[in-house]
Design a protein around this ligand. Structure first.
Ligand SMILES: [Zn+2]
Length: 387
């Protein structure tokens, strides 16, 4: 793959080069310690598998990717090993060392592909890179715990190129509370520091990302933020009733504020409730996935339904979320936040070069060329304009 990228020396962008507001590939870059992304997953031919790398972006003609430094807990990576001989257990260092290592890894990766890739912090830099035939890598953070209650760190992070920060991941932190099944936690406000942080992030021109945040925190951001904000990788709760997804009211608020919602490709957030909750619909999808209807497959489907095993998300399922966002929030709110390398993808669209499958479906469903352009990158560039 690297050899191919070396030969390209200019990216061939297609009709709708896309902007993607979230991936977790840096975690796997950290894990690999070397040039290629090691996810511990493998293709059928024995080659290592990742969903998102600089090479894959260049080959897929992708416009830009937000690379998030995501701060996991040790239990998130329990069982993970490094690619070195002997496959040693992976340990997490302090957040500071982890962050520095991830940033250095991204910089080195971009440097090594400098003929086709460059860093970017705002829309103007993305455009310059595009004109030079290069994809853009944008540094972001997932989990504001990294600032550790120190308001001065936002300005410092902006200085080193951080363009967006998700206030929380799935744990409480100095800024606020995460999405939760407990309605009391779900409706809590941002902390006093979190409220102060909204103003400071506005001042520093860092995009506020509400994906993973609880509903109460969302409403505080909506009330306090003077700048457009983003839900970098969240879908529609009206289609998939997951607490990580957005209600119609939230989609409308983000739209009114001039922000964007990024379509997440992780099956948990995409599969319609009807598929996951109704055994007949589940079995139909399972049979379609396996490509045959035999006694064995039907038995497997029954067991999988009982275990609530996840099923692939069809391009049509992804399109349904985009169309719902469009109907509820209008054409200026729709965007992409694939969550690549943040989940073990079993669906067809699992790489930058497969994005055209989704665009084709959206076109068939009636999206105009202008709407498709906005979805692919126009809306993300708009919010990056002020950075
Ligand atoms: Zn996430």
């Amino acid at each position: 793959m690297d050899n191919n990228a070396d030969k390209i020396n200019k990216v061939r962008f297609g009709a709708h080069p896309h902007a993607d507001m979230h991936c977790d590939s840096l975690l796997h870059g950290y894990r690999s310690g070397t040039d290629s992304i090691y996810t511990g997953m493998w293709n059928a031919d024995g080659s290592p598998r990742s969903m998102q790398s600089i090479s894959q972006m260049a080959e897929g003609g992708q416009l830009l990717q937000f690379f998030a430094v995501f701060f996991p807990e040790q239990d998130y990576i329990d069982g993970w090993t490094t690619p070195e001989e002997g496959h040693q257990k992976l340990h997490l260092p302090s957040d500071d060392i982890f962050f520095d290592t991830c940033v250095k890894w991204l910089h080195r990766e971009v440097e090594q592909h400098s003929d086709v890739a460059a860093l970017a912090r705002n829309a103007a830099e993305v455009r310059t890179n595009y004109e030079n035939g290069k994809i853009s890598a944008v540094l972001t953070i997932e989990d504001g715990r990294f600032v550790n209650g120190d308001i001065t760190r936002f300005a410092a992070l902006k200085k080193i190129g951080v363009s967006a920060i998700a206030l929380t991941w799935n744990h409480p932190n100095c800024l606020g509370w995460p999405n939760s099944d407990d309605p009391e936690i779900m409706n809590r406000s941002l902390t006093a520091f979190g409220q102060e942080a909204v103003a400071e992030m506005n001042r520093c021109r860092i995009l506020i990302d509400v994906s993973h945040l609880n509903d109460g925190g969302f409403m505080d951001v909506a009330r306090l933020s003077k700048a457009p904000f983003i839900a970098s990788h969240s879908n529609c709760r009206a289609i998939t009733s997951h607490r990580r997804n957005l209600t119609d009211e939230m989609i409308r608020i983000i739209a009114d504020k001039g922000g964007v919602c990024g379509l997440n490709f992780c099956e948990d957030f995409v599969n319609p409730d009807s598929v996951m909750k109704d055994e007949r619909a589940y079995t139909e999808r399972y049979v379609q996935w396996k490509g045959k209807i035999t006694e064995d497959v039907l038995k497997e489907a029954k067991e999988a339904f009982r275990r609530h095993d996840i099923l692939p998300a069809l391009p049509e399922d992804l399109a349904a979320h985009v169309l719902h966002m469009l109907n509820v929030g209008g054409e200026d709110v729709i965007a992409i936040g694939s969550d690549a390398d943040g989940f073990d993808c079993i669906s067809e669209i699992n790489e930058p070069n497969k994005m055209s499958i989704l665009f084709d479906v959206l076109q068939k469903k009636g999206l105009t060329s202008r709407q498709l352009d906005k979805f692919a990158s126009g809306n993300v560039l708009r919010v990056m304009e002020e950075l």
